[in-house]
Design a protein around this ligand. Sequence first.
Ligand SMILES: Cc1ncc(COP(=O)(O)O)c(C=O)c1O
Length: 471
Amino acid sequence: MTADTSLSTALDRAEQDHAALEAALRGHLWLHFTRHAAIDKGAPVPIITRGEGCHVFDDRGRRYIDGLAGLFTVQLGHGRSELAEAAARQMRTLPFFPLWGYATEPTIRLAERLAAAAPGDLNRVFFTTGGGEAVESAWKLLKQYFRLTGRPGKHKIISRAIAYHGTSQGALSITGIPFAKVPFEPLVPGTVRVPNTNLYRADESFAGDAKAFGRWAADRIAEAIEFEGADSVAAVALEPVQNSGGCFPPPPGYLERVREICDAYEVMLIADETITGFGRIGDTFAMNRFGVQPDIITCAKGMTSGYAPIGAMIAADRLFEPYRHGTTMFPHGSTFGGHPVSAAVALCALDIMEREGINEHVRANEALFRRTLEDLSDLPIVGDVRGEGFFYGIELTKDKHTRAVFTAEESERLLRGFLSTALFDAGLYCRTDDRGDPVIQLAPPLIADASLFDEIAQILRSVLTEAWRRL
Ligand SMILES: Cc1ncc(COP(=O)(O)O)c(C=O)c1O
């Protein structure tokens, strides 16, 4: 057999393997948040088989930049055998034991470690399997806490427009994305929406004054509490930098004002750090960076760098206080919450983050990442570039000067019909999101550097130029 024929045989085999996988996928796999009609009609679904550093590879060997760290998770990059070994070691030692009245060594150590990294007196760690379950746990905890402390009416949660907090019925009720909620109504009663902090879409009267806009947005929370009655409101839940809608950072003074309002009305502040935790904003928790003390942090995703699933609700000491007495308990939990293998992987990931100075790396490079993306602002379709740390959104517009928004049909054509496929075909996996106005989101692994930022920007420039031409 010549070299040519053996190569073509290998390629044929790879194509056959791909065809078999695709057939099985079409026959059996139900993808999350995915329209299956197009797939049934033959639209390709990328099959990702392996990762290395900031890149992933599909089953045909094509390489892509992982511009979203999986789903805001793979902080340390792909292919770290040290993390795989930590999992294997724990699996060999003790593959599983629940946290129902028993403890495991990695969960004890991880709880201690998370409490040390969390701001102030957030010392009590309740493990879950992910972020939504952590949000769900926080809401349930507060409902019970206020009953135990003589204020049973305090049960409502205030959250922000377009914010995503998970898909279980409680977390979904807190979520502010109508299309994800409507099919499942009626949901859990007692949630209220307030404005988010999208300065780009703020009323013209603010004239770009971030501080004034932040004050206005925070005061809408006070207004909502007044309207609902403080006796009925348990908490405000917000992300330090809101993901859905396209990376809204807190305007200066906003989080401080929210804290003040929460204190004034005895309302708890839940910082949902499912995305912003574990280095994404240059600290283990973004609230440390912003210098505002929440009462609860919910977190997940990056805790293990995505190598195993785990989440946590980290509560202030006083929220645990009622549970120190008599027969009181928090009647809540799950089989896999705080899985020992995931906890062992999380400990190893935190070790690596510390050893390699990942938070310091993000802080040292965030300005460069921002500048590299801001350079795209000369493109007519780029309306706004915003974010913090290694977490950015690029909002697209029809008209830079008027900030005209796309119609639903244009947005569908632009994002689903062109951009998401074109960016991927050009070698960049990232997120095109139309839950608010159309945005492209970028959150590469936290080991990314200048050369990766440049590569990302080059692909964005060429694909966005073509998108504008097609409009
Ligand atoms: C802010 C926030 N909260 C909660 C969740 C839900 O997390 P999970 O998918 O782990 O349940 C997400 C997921 O993206 C999130 O971004």
